[in-house]
Design a protein around this ligand. Structure first.
Ligand SMILES: C[S@@+](CC[C@H](N)C(=O)[O-])C[C@H]1O[C@@H](n2cnc3c(N)ncnc32)[C@H](O)[C@@H]1O
Length: 321
């Protein structure tokens, strides 16, 4: 194993100790880090055990930054630019057909959110872009082209914004007189219709989340990745997912419960539930989502909404508990 590598400043990995505890890296094993980002998880896994990591990120800047880490662990870190929703095809293109563990750390990195030019944040003015990768329509394209109904649906579904229709109408009215191209313009329009409430949360928060999820098709990506990841897990292999809001966590929770035969039934003793569990190929590692401890939240406010869930493919001959 190579010695400790200097961490890239810019993104503090969230729930790293818990990720390592649930992924439990071992020498000779092969992992997928589906959200390489600043490489915080990957560096820690590579340091923990003499293993190999395939690392995916859809952001070409993240992949380029990873070259330093790949050089520090020769032959052990392989960087692949692409979407984790295509992980099966991306890995099979490199001859990888089985994994001992997969980790996904959902959402955007600090590198992305803190860079005004990426257009993710209403705190910095920048172009209204929000694409994690370079392709496809930007947030400005959605704001320019969606109808009131389509915008309202997106804000409601992906931002859980109760004032979605008011905001959608305000956007469509504003775009008649100006082209909305910057984060400051959009945030200003939203703040114009939604005065700050007592929570202290910026009124633009939920709409920006919704547009980001829409632009990057984030929920669809998660669904695709979970199914594909479990197909690649060897017996005993672990899937670990860190999510940051309830829409993500709901998908992860339902997926993992289903895979482990734990879908809620009419009764705990219902024979259909018992049969489903007996037939399950996976077991939950985390019965309830794990949350970061208070020390981590104090040190890194971005950790405050994190939830970690993990699943394990049963070993050969193992029966679900
Ligand atoms: C929260 S950061 C990961 C940080 C990383 N765990 C670390 O310790 O540095 C999320 C990363 O996942 C990437 N990402 C998000 N959705 C993706 C997707 N569908 N496919 C590939 N990469 C994605 C983002 O570009 C971002 O770099």
């Amino acid at each position: 194993m190579t010695g400790s590598v200097e961490r890239t400043v810019g993104h503090v990995p969230v729930m790293l100790a818990e990720v390592l505890a649930t992924l439990d890296p071992k020498p000779g094993e092969v992992y997928l880090d589906g959200t390489f980002g600043g490489g915080g998880y990957a560096a820690a896994i590579l340091e923990r055990a003499d293993c190999t990591i395939w690392a995916i990120d859809r952001d070409p800047q993240a992949i380029a930054r990873g070259a330093v880490l790949a050089a520090a662990f020769p032959g052990r870190l392989h960087l692949v630019e692409g979407r984790f929703g295509d992980l099966l095809a991306l890995l099979s293109g490199h001859g990888v057909g089985a994994l001992d563990g997969v980790v996904l750390d959902l959402g955007v990195s600090s590198f992305q959110i803190d860079d005004a030019a990426r257009g993710f944040s209403f705190r910095h003015d920048g172009p209204l872009d929000m694409r994690m990768g370079g392709a496809g329509p930007t947030a400005a394209d959605l704001v320019a082209n969606l109808s009131v109904d389509e915008l309202a649906d997106m804000l409601f579904k992906f931002g859980e914004e109760r004032q979605s229709r008011r905001i959608a109408r305000a956007i469509v009215a504003a775009r008649a007189g100006q082209v909305i191209t910057t984060t400051a313009q959009l945030a200003g329009i939203i703040r114009g219709v939604l005065p700050p409430d007592r929570s202290g949360i910026d009124p633009a928060t939920r709409s920006f989340q919704a547009l980001r999820i829409g632009v990057n098709e984030e929920l669809l990506e998660i669904e695709r990745a979970l199914t594909q990841a479990t197909r690649l897990l060897r017996p005993g292999g672990r899937l670990v997912v860190v999510s940051f809001h309830s829409l993500e966590d709901r998908i992860v929770k339902h997926f993992m419960n289903d895979a482990a035969g734990q879908a809620p039934g009419p009764s705990r003793h219902d024979p259909r539930g018992l049969l489903a569990r007996a037939a399950a190929e996976f077991a939950l590692v985390t019965r309830k989502a794990w949350r970061p401890g208070p020390a981590e939240v104090a040190a890194n406010p971005r950790a405050r909404s994190a939830r970690l869930r993990a699943l394990r493919r049963l070993a050969a001959g193992e029966v679900a508990a």
